[in-house]
Each structure stands twice: as structure tokens, then as C-alpha cells.
Design a protein around this ligand. Structure first.
Ligand code: F6R
Length: 629
């Protein structure tokens, strides 16, 4: 959701904060702001503060005039400190007033916040009664005023961390927080409950970030904060203390992401770059994970719990959005290959319902690229609190979900920057297939020769995706031809039902047109009423076990003048008789048709959105990682 960057050290904080927040812009981009304290000696701290509505480039342009010239004049200073934020609005419209940092009545305590303060209305009313004046409509602002109030209560020479600790005892909700009190100009305070935050360790300088990508250029050594941590950072070091009890000991980790992956290179957009990265990202996800000699997957992250997998009788799968659709497909794989009953549900619903677990025979499996999605984390925590074994298929190493699950498989696809998830999906599906094969072998429901044919085909997927990418002009042409249409139905059956959902999601999030994904069979139970010559259907219709049924559905659409774009298997010479346009995918096993078809749908959504002039990397109203429920 919102992005947070903090710095304390001996360098100029402004470029460090701006560079960091630009990397986090994909987390939220409706407004941004920063505050910097330049500390020259004990009595002299200059404060620079600015906010702006819209993308971070607006803030950058503003501070170029407002802050940079003044900062440049200060050549001698002991240290600089700063906090910066890019916002994804929850409470209050995107405006300068609602942008962070927020401050107390005296403009001495500055805070940036990611999360939601659930009891803010009550707290705000009490604070107003005691004379506090608020400048925004946000829930976050109460934090600054609460800290001010606690400082007053503590009187005298009080350390800011004590006031923060007391203030946070009163708060119900989630937070990743960076706080700066001008009276203690060399201290940066951080606190976390449920919203991600990490400390970057440099030489004589320390960083705070809601996501490692913000600081990777500066340091790769990080410490992830855990729930109920409060941290104090100064140019001399950092310490983590518990908010409510003593904090556990933390060991710094080294992040080994390649910086090249964080640049667009010759591509016009990150989304396109990441679509094109898929042959490589799938190879990265399977590297070292297939024992071709013995025809079995080798998932090192599951080694410790491998014996528990034998007792599993039901797999409960969850995630959100694209990650949920990868889970939905994995459910089919597990049922088909391992003959284990599996259910899948979006995490946002899952954790509100009463779940009936069987703690000794259930496995909870969640999917998340960021590893920080609040709904997915809540569902996971629910399963864990009932003693259910939990696994995660996650990309971001050290993220909250990866640290909460009992075991898991990392995707190893490098950072996914485009807001629309692409390479994460195909990688998750491939890992889901590896897991299903592993379960099938452990449960002796899959023969070795069957495992072999699946594993051999996985190896070929990068090449087959490469072929689709090479021939993508046709997809671009179809997207351009259809750019004037404002409604789309995506249809698929069996394994390609999740593909239809994913195709529709991609299109609506980057181009804002109405798109619905559903199973082809469902269509005639109501939605067919919408079909006419202005309502195209994108049908995923490979040569598979449900081909004939899909063809019947296509005929039903054609009979009602609905234009059809078919995604079909190469060599299918009859499909053109029904479809208006056909995009072919290479032949593959039936279970892997969704991977190839999804690449086509990603490219379709991309070119369609570009043709309509949409900003595909920063679609309106979205943020990359949804850390609020
Ligand atoms: C769609 C998209 C979202 C995410 C969802 C889960 O393109 O990006 O639907 O897939 O918010 O995010 P993660 O995978 O980070 O848990």
C-alpha cells in the first residue's frame, strides 16, 4: 500500500528519500510528502517540509524549488534525518492536507504511516476535546497528536520513544510507522504492527523502508521488523525494543536481488518487461528444483515438513487477486495429480468465515508475490492459530507471509514492479504444479512416468512462452482492432476457468474497461443476455478434454452476433470458422495451457491499455501491495 522511506546519517537526506520513494511509487501514488531535519549542533536543527498531490515526480518538481536550494546552502552539518511517504488513500481524498507526513499541533512531531487506525474516530474526538487541532481527514494524523499528548503527560526531558510507546498502547489497528521529533534530531523511530517495515544497515547511516527495493541501491543488509517492534535509529546504530514485551534478537539478512531487474531497460513499461521476462523467471523458479534422473521435484523449503505432507487429507488454498487465481489452478492440480481434496477461497472472505479445520490432516497453502498482502496474512494467521500446517509460495524473501508460514517455496523471480502482476502468476502456477507432483508422489497417487511427463513439459515452458512473445505482433494487432470496445467477457473451462478470471482482471486493472471472467458453462445461465455485436468474448479454447463443449459455447455466442477472439492450440484449423480473430498458443499438456494462454492475455491487456492511452505501470486507484484489509 503506502510507501515509507526513512534516513538518518551523515549524507544529504533529500536525494536518498526521493530515490527511495520513487522505487516505492508502485505501492501508492495519489500523493506524497517528506520532512527533513538538518542537525548542525545541539541547538540548531533546520526543518524542511513539503507535500504534493499526484505522482512522486510532482513532489520532486516541487522540492526542487522549495527545499533543494535551501538545503544546498547548508554545507556543514552533523547529521540529516528524513522521512518520506507515498500515499494510497484509505481515509480522506488524495489532497495535500491528507498527504503524509502528518504533524502535531506544534509541528514538532512528524509521522508517516502505512496501515489503518481502526479506533481513530474515538481518539480524534477525545484529542479535539483536549484542544488539538487537526489539519487532515486521515486516520493517521491522530498518531502525531497522541504522541504529543503522551509527551505532555510524561513532562520534562522525556525520550520520544517512551511517548511513542505509550501512544501506541492506545491504538487499535495496523501500522508501519516512521516518526521524527525535531527535539531529538538524530533519532528516527519506527514501529510495526502488521504493515511491513525494515531497517537498512549502512556505514554510519541507517534507513527505513516499507519495501527493500527502496534502499537496495544504498545497502543490501537489512533487518525485518516484526509485529510489536519499536526501533530507534541514530547515525551511531539501531536498537529494537518491544512495544509490549522484550523484542527477540534479530540477525541482519543480505538481499541478493539484481538491480537490473529494477530498471525498465529498453521496454516502454515494467509490465511489458516483466511479461517478456517470463521464460527467464520460470527458469529461475524451477532451477535446481527438478531431479530429472529420479523424476521428482526437489523443494528444499519443504524438506523439514516433508514427512507431514504424507498425512495431509485436505489442502486449503488462499491468496488475493492474481495470486488467488494461481491458487485456484493449483487446487485443480492437487486434486488431479495427488488425488487430495482441495478448496480455494479469496483470503478476504476466508478469514471472516468460521473455518472448520482438521489440524492433523489439513494443509493451508497461500500464494503471495509481495508476501505482505494483509488479507492473505490474516487468513494464514487464522489457520496457524488453529495449529494447521502452513505453506507459502511467495516471491519476496523475508516478507511477513514468508516469515509466518511453517515452510514454503520462494519464487526467485526478482522484483515485480509493474502494478499488474504478470511474471509472479506464471511462476506461482509452475511451483503449484511442482508441489502437486510432489504430493502425488508422496501419496503414491502419481506414477513416476506421469511425473516425468509433467516435469519434462515444465522444462519446455520457457521456450514455448518465448515463441508466443516472438509472435506477439498478432496479439498487438488484435488488441488495436478491439480498442473501441468497452465490455469483454472472458470464458474458459476446467483448467482455463482461472485463466479467464485472470485475463479479465488484467484487462480491467490496466485499461479500466468492464471485463468479466467466468467459466464457459456458466455463461448461458444469465450472462449470455449481455451478448450482442458490441460485446466481444475472449474464449480460451485449446484442444483439450473440454474442447467440444467450449466449441458449443462459442457457437452460442456467434449465434447472438457476439465477436469472438479465440485463444487456440496451433494446428487447430477449424476454430477460424467460428472466431473473428484467433491467437494460437503452442501445444502443451492440458494442465499447462493456462500458463501459455495467460501470457497471451497479459499481452492483450497491455496493448489494449496502451492503445487507449492508459498508464499501465501505474493504473489509477491501484497499489502494488495491498497491506490493508
Ligand atoms: C493483479 C494484482 C493483484 C495481486 C493481489 C495479491 O494484477 O497484482 O490482484 O495479485 O493484490 O498480491 P500479492 O501476490 O502480493 O499477495
Amino acid at each position: 500500500m503506502c510507501g515509507i522511506v526513512g534516513y538518518v546519517g551523515k549524507k544529504n537526506a533529500l536525494p536518498i528519500l526521493l530515490e527511495g520513494i520513487k522505487h516505492l511509487e508502485y505501492r501508492g501514488y495519489d500523493s506524497s510528502g517528506l520532512v527533513i531535519g538538518v542537525h548542525s549542533n545541539l541547538k540548531n536543527t533546520d526543518i524542511f517540509f513539503d507535500k504534493s498531490v499526484g505522482k512522486v515526480s510532482n513532489l520532486e518538481a516541487k522540492v526542487k524549488k522549495s527545499i533543494r536550494p535551501k538545503l544546498n546552502k547548508i554545507t556543514k552539518f552533523n547529521s540529516q534525518i528524513g522521512i518520506c511517504h507515498s500515499r494510497w488513500a484509505t481515509h480522506g481524498i488524495p489532497s495535500e492536507e491528507n498527504a503524509h507526513p502528518h504533524f502535531d499541533c506544534n509541528k514538532e512531531i512528524y509521522i508517516v504511516h502505512n496501515g489503518i487506525i481502526e479506533n481513530y474516530a474515538v481518539l480524534k474526538a477525545e484529542l479535539i476535546k483536549s484542544g488539538h487541532k487537526f489539519s487532515s481527514e486521515t486516520d493517521s494524523e491522530v498518531i502525531a497528536h497522541l504522541i504529543e499528548e503522551e509527551k505532555k503527560k510524561l513532562k520534562g526531558r522525556v525520550r520520544i520513544e517512551k511517548a511513542v510507546k505509550n501512544a501506541l498502547q492506545k491504538i487499535k489497528g495496523t501500522y508501519g510507522l516512521a516518526i521524527f521529533d525535531v527535539n531529538e534530531p538524530e533519532k528516527l523511530i519506527a514501529a510495526r504492527n502488521f504493515s511491513p517495515l525494515l531497517i537498512g544497515i549502512g556505514k554510519g547511516e541507517y534507513f527505513l523502508a516499507s519495501d527493500a527495493t527502496a534502499i537496495l541501491k544504498r545497502t543490501r543488509k537489512v533487518v525485518y521488523l516484526e509485529d510489536n517492534d519499536l526501533a530507534v535509529l541514530t547515525p551511531r546504530g539501531y536498537k529494537i525494543v518491544g512495544l509490549f514485551k522484550r523484542a527477540s534478537k534479530r540477525t541482519p539478512q543480505i538481499i541478493d536481488w539484481n538491480m537490473e531487474k529494477m530498471k525498465k531497460g529498453e521496454f516502454a513499461h515494467f509490465m511489458l518487461k516483466e511479461i517478456y521476462e517470463q521464460p527467464e523467471s520460470i527458469s529461475d523458479s524451477i532451477r535446481g528444483r527438478i531431479d530429472y534422473k529420479n523424476n521428482k521435484p526437489v523443494l528444499g523449503g519443504l524438506q523439514l515438513i516433508k514427512k507431514d505432507l504424507k498425512n495431509i487429507k485436505r489442502v486449503i488454498i488462499s491468496g488475493m487477486g492474481t495470486a488467488y487465481y494461481a491458487g485456484l489452478l493449483t487446487k485443480d492440480y492437487i486434486e488431479e495429480l495427488a488425488k487430495i481434496s482441495a478448496v480455494a477461497e479469496p483470503a478476504s472472505e476466508f478469514h471472516h468465515r468460521k473455518q472448520i479445520y482438521s489440524k492433523d490432516s489439513d494443509l493451508f497453502l497461500c500464494f503471495s508475490q509481495s508476501g505482505e498482502t494483509a488479507d492473505t496474512l490474516s487468513a494464514l494467521c487464522d489457520a496457524k492459530s488453529h495449529g494447521v500446517l502452513s505453506l507459502g509460495i511467495v516471491n519476496v524473501v523475508g516478507s511477513s507471509i514468508s516469515r509466518t508460514t511453517d515452510a514454503g517455496v520462494y519464487q526467485h523471480i526478482g522484483p515485480e514492479i509493474g502494478v499488474a502482476s504478470t511474471k509472479a502468476f506464471t511462476s506461482q502456477v509452475v511451483i503449484g504444479a511442482l508441489l502437486a507432483v510432489l504430493l502425488g508422489l508422496e501419496h503414491k497417487t502419481l506414477f513416476s512416468h506421469e511425473a516425468k511427463s509433467i516435469l519434462d513439459e515444465i522444462k519446455k515452458l520457457p521456450l514455448k512462452i518465448g515463441k508466443i512473445l516472438e509472435d506477439s505482433d498478432k496479439i498487438k494487432q488484435v488488441a488495436n482492432n478491439f480498442q473501441k470496445y468497452n465490455n469483454f467477457l472472458f470464458l474458459g473451462r476446467k483448467y482455463n476457468f482461472p485463466t479467464a478470471l485472470e485475463g479479465a482482471l488484467k484487462l480491467k486493472e490496466v485499461s479500466y474497461v468492464h471485463a468479466e471472467g467466468m467459466s464457459s458453462g456458466e455463461m448461458k445461465h444469465g450472462p449470455i443476455a449481455m451478448i450482442d455485436s458490441t460485446f466481444p468474448c475472449i474464449m480460451i479454447i485449446p484442444k483439450d478434454s473440454v474442447y467440444e463443449k467450449n466449441i458449443s459455447n462459442a457457437e452460442e455466442i456467434k449465434a447472438r452476433s457476439g465477436p469472438i477472439i479465440a485463444i487456440a492450440t496451433e494446428g487447430d484449423n477449424t476454430i477460424n470458422k467460428i472466431s473473428n480473430e484467433t491467437i494460437f498458443i503452442p501445444k502443451t499438456l492440458e494442465i499447462f495451457t493456462p500458463i501459455l494462454a495467460t501470457v497471451v492475455l497479459q499481452l492483450f491487456a497491455y496493448h489494449f491499455a496502451v492503445a487507449r492511452g492508459c498508464d499501465v505501470d501505474k493504473p489509477r486507484n491501484l497499489a502494488k501491495s495491498v497491506t490493508v484489509e
